[in-house]
Design a protein. Sequence first.
Length: 82
Amino acid sequence: LCNVDAQQIYEQVLALQPSERLNKLLGAKWKLPRSACAVQKLLNNPKEGDFWQVDHIKAVSTGGGNCGLENLRTLCVPLMTR
């Protein structure tokens, strides 16, 4: 996994003015969305879901949906979109 603290990056980006956010993301080597529209949305109105999401370790399709928290992990969004 990427070992990036995506929540920390989100909090830092959120604290900045929109004009400063791109430099922060580039400095953190954050993989930006492909579309210009999605980048603008990320810069103007960042949401936690733009930075990290919950993933099942054991897939839901193989019974992981009935497991507890031990089957969950957080992944940064760029990793999730691979």
